[in-house]
Each structure stands twice: as structure tokens, then as C-alpha cells.
Design a protein around this ligand. Sequence first.
Ligand SMILES: Nc1ncnc2c1ncn2[C@@H]1O[C@H](COP(=O)(O)OP(=O)(O)O)[C@@H](O)[C@H]1O
Ligand SMILES: Nc1ncnc2c1ncn2[C@H]1C[C@H](O)[C@@H](COP(=O)(O)O)O1
Length: 204
Amino acid sequence: MHIAVTGNIGAGKTTLTTMLAKHYGWDAQFEDVDHNPYLEDFYADMSKWSFALQIYFLGSRFRQVKEIRESGKNIIQDRTIYEDAHIFAENLNDMKLLSDRDFNNYVSVFGLMKSFVSAPDLLIYLKSDVPNLVKKIYKRGREYEASISIEYLSKLNQKYEKWISGYTEGKLLVIEVDDLDFVEKPEDFGFILEKIEAELNGLF
Ligand SMILES: Nc1ncnc2c1ncn2[C@@H]1O[C@H](COP(=O)(O)OP(=O)(O)O)[C@@H](O)[C@H]1O
Ligand SMILES: Nc1ncnc2c1ncn2[C@H]1C[C@H](O)[C@@H](COP(=O)(O)O)O1
């Protein structure tokens, strides 16, 4: 079983991935954030570092895809390779922070990788509005993320909505998280578990 949690920056993916892995006893795969050699520089100068960061995330996410294919274990994954291409790289190109030449180069490499990528058995989209994302990013307190603008988060949210509305690769569960506190309220976490189990009926 392969489940992936998707959503904008600060939506709660890492928190939910951790809680689900613990609850079901599954392996968790997290994003390469703390040891990422480009992320801090990227937020200081997006135009300069966008291509290097995209290539780094693409490689690290592809490594995860390979591990998921080879492990045969139940895995819950924090963010997918689709988001790097369809959300982040595309948005940076729209914002002219990634040149057409670099974006086309990226898309061509991503196209080659895509044939090796299997969609998760279930994709869980954590939907959140921009003010709530801002609050959660602030609560998390990574210094280099202080420069993230409302405009950047809004554009990413628009990309997520477009991508999710056309997602047909596998089962999809959309959870509106703004009125849920699955960290502090066991009943809210229980609500999410019920939804997941209803979607995966028969696969458990
Ligand atoms: N539903 C929630 N209710 C309250 N706090 C939350 C919720 N989801 C996430 N948080 C908090 O918001 C911050 C960002 O969450 P995180 O899981 O790191 O988001 P992401 O991985 O999507 O960027 C963390 O401090 C986390 O504890
Ligand atoms: N592909 C990406 N391009 C730019 N930035 C990215 C990409 N993937 C992740 N990120 C950033 C966004 C956050 O600052 C950190 C961690 O993501 P999060 O949504 O907080 O788990 O990496």
C-alpha cells in the first residue's frame, strides 16, 4: 500500500504523515528539507537558485519513488514528485523565476522519469486557505521561510486546485483542514482515519 499526502506549504502534510505512520505502523517517507543544500539560498534569491533546487528535489523524490517500488512495504509519503513539476516548477516559470529554457529542460527530464512513477493507491489532499497556511508556517518557525509571500502561496494554491481537479491517476481524498485540529483533537484525527478507511475499503 502506498499513500501520499499532498498540499501547499504549511498545510499539515508532515504532521499528518507522522501521525498516520505511527497509527498504522507504516514506514514514512519525508521530504528532504533539513539537509537540502539549496532551500535556504532559494528563499533568499529565487531566480538564482530555482533551477538547482528543482533538479535537487526531482532527484531526491525520484529516489523515493524507486525505494517505494523496491521495498514492497506499506509506505506513507509526504508530498509527491507530481507536485514538484505541476505545482512548483510550473509556478516558478509562470512567475519568471525559472527561465523558459531551464523549465523546458526540466520538463524533458521529468517526462523521462514519469514512466517509472506509479500513482499512490490513495492521494490525500490537505486543502487550506492562504491565511491559515501563513499561520501554520509562522507556527513552524523556519527562519528562511519568513520571506514566503502571500502572492507565492496564493499562486501555489491555484496550481493545487487546478492539478487536483484534473487528477485521475488513482483514488483521491480531499480534506479541508482549516476547521480541523488533528494535532490537539483526537476526534478530528478520528474523522480523517474514518475517511481514509472508507476510501480504502477492502484494501486494509
Ligand atoms: N490541523 C492542524 N491543526 C493545528 N496545527 C497544525 C495542523 N496541521 C499542521 N499544524 C501545525 O502547522 C505547522 C506546519 O505543519 P507541517 O506538518 O509542517 O506542514 P507541511 O508539512 O504541510 O508543510 C506545524 O507546526 C504543525 O504542528
Ligand atoms: N519543488 C519545490 N520547489 C520549491 N520549493 C519546494 C519544492 N518542494 C518543496 N519545497 C519547499 C517548500 C517548503 O519551504 C519546504 C518543505 O515543504 P513543506 O510543504 O513545508 O513540507 O520545501
